[in-house]
Design a protein around this ligand. Structure first.
Ligand SMILES: Cc1cc2nc3c(=O)[nH]c(=O)nc-3n(C[C@H](O)[C@H](O)[C@H](O)COP(=O)(O)OP(=O)(O)OC[C@H]3O[C@@H](n4cnc5c(N)ncnc54)[C@H](O)[C@@H]3O)c2cc1C
Length: 427
């Protein structure tokens, strides 16, 4: 089998442009984020978005008929590795979660009217969206447990439920809400997705939840995670997205590519931390030598480089499988990079932070914020344990219990069989 993640030289030129643009035009904004309100951030991003559009790189995750590039996952992955270096970059490129995933499913299963009303302005960067699945009172890691309910009433659906961690919901114009429409159906046919305009009566955005990423989240800021009550929210029949009972299938479309993009963005972040780790090693002097000369620090550098390389190859491989054999062939590879990539991200940042001592722990460096942000990667889009379980189950399908529960490699048994096979030789 041949594995080929190569991309053509013209694409490398695009990547080079992105690297320079992110480093010189977007990254400087990052250090001002706590001084800017949403309006100022939007104003700062607007001219940058125009430059991205002029390069033909806006919303690249979509097919050309929706203004994207139709590049496939390998190229998108390489792009996201660059965008991952700065939290603001995906927004400047029209591919920030959750808008990117939402636009993907609207493009895939939206009706022409839904595309016109929601997808077009979303892609134009005129509106924002949120994805509202997780509930405080049911296990988000097992969405078959959803309790938010949508009941048909004439030509309308009435939604009642309690959600939280709907990222960007407090600044969103519409929400894609997952609700149970048929409690008696098979577990993966029970739920439906609805497009709910954020100003629909009964949509109560209660708060932006404080989190490790932002313990004192200010309401109404991009990147926050909202708690929402849906109270007798009435939407018309044409608010159903992708057909009644299809929420789980559609959610899978959304999550596969999203996990590849996450894993590559994590590598961008990890590389940033790695650069800081190496830089620190070159000048910090303690106990008679530079950190660079200490074996522990050398081990951190060597392990980090190897782990990042492994994560990168695994992710590009998953992207290549997805491009060449389709999403379902890439399922196990994608689950693997989700927990492996999240751990690499955490560990590299942790080492860089440690090597900087109190400076690393302080907010005079971005490492402490990167560390807090990285922790979430082990939870969102499915916790580590669920992905590990899914990988292990898949791999175990290739094994069966040995006859008489005797391990295949049991030496005395193998020896007895070998004696029989080679009896002539032994005589
Ligand atoms: C930063 C961030 C952004 C998010 N954005 C969104 C969003 O935009 N929209 C949205 O709907 N949701 C969002 N979420 C929610 C996220 O999808 C859920 O947190 C996630 O699915 C886990 O669900 P839960 O929090 O209910 O944890 P639970 O399902 O309660 O799981 C808790 C823990 O139980 C353990 N566990 C679960 N299953 C197993 C198992 N099979 N084996 C072993 N252990 C297990 C794991 O340790 C897991 O972490 C976001 C979360 C974060 C942190």
């Amino acid at each position: 089998m041949t594995w080929d993640f190569s991309t053509e030289p013209e694409f490398e030129e695009k990547l080079a442009w992105m690297r320079t643009f992110v480093r010189e035009e977007i990254l400087p904004l990052e250090s001002l984020l706590d001084e800017l309100d949403m309006d100022a951030i939007d104003r700062a991003l607007a001219p940058l978005k125009e430059q991205v559009k002029a390069q033909g790189l806006w919303a690249a995750h979509l097919e050309p008929e929706h203004g994207g590039q139709g590049w496939g996952q390998v190229k998108l992955g390489l792009m996201h590795e660059i965008l991952g270096t700065c939290a603001l970059a995906p927004a400047a490129f029209g591919c920030a979660a959750p808008d990117s995933g939402n636009s993907e499913i609207l493009a895939l299963v939206g009706t022409p009217e839904q595309k016109e009303r929601w997808l077009k302005p979303l892609l134009a960067g005129e509106i924002r969206s949120a994805f509202s699945m997780t509930e405080p009172d049911s296990a988000g890691s097992d969405p078959t447990q959803l309790v938010t309910r949508a009941v048909q009433d004439g030509d309308e659906w009435v939604i009642n439920g309690h959600k939280w961690y709907s990222s960007n919901a407090s600044v969103a114009d519409f929400l894609i809400v997952m609700a149970v429409t048929d409690p008696d159906a098979a577990s993966h046919k029970r739920a439906t997705m609805f497009i709910v305009p954020a100003d629909t009566p009964g949509v109560h955005i209660l708060r932006d939840v404080g989190s490790m990423d932002d313990p004192s989240a200010r309401f109404g800021r991009y990147g926050n995670h909202a708690e929402i009550r849906y109270e007798n929210v009435r939407v018309p029949a044409d608010a159903v997205l992708g057909g009644v009972g299809n929420a789980f299938v559609i959610a899978q479309y959304r999550l596969g590519p999203g996990r590849i993009h996450h894993a590559m963005r994590w590598l961008g972040q990890a590389q940033r931390a790695f650069d800081m780790l190496c830089e620190r090693a070159t000048y910090r002097y303690a106990h008679g030598s530079l950190l660079a000369e200490k074996q522990t620090i050398q081990t951190w550098i060597a392990d980090s480089a190897a782990e990042m390389q492994a994560a990168r190859l695994m992710t590009l491989h998953a992207a290549w499988v997805m491009d060449t054999q389709g999403a379902s062939a890439a399922r196990t590879d994608i689950a693997m990079i989700k927990y492996f990539g999240a751990k690499v991200l955490h560990d590299v940042i942790d080492r860089a932070l440690q090597a900087h001592g109190s400076l690393g722990y302080s907010s005079d460096l971005p490492l402490e914020a990167m560390y807090r942000w990285a922790r979430a990667a082990r939870i969102y889009d499915g916790p580590d344990e669920v992905h590990r379980q899914s990988v292990a189950r898949q791999l175990l399908k290739g094994y069966e219990a040995p006859a008489d529960k005797m391990p295949t490699e049991h030496v005395p048994t193998r020896k007895a069989a070998a004696r029989e096979k080679f009896a002539g030789l032994l005589d």
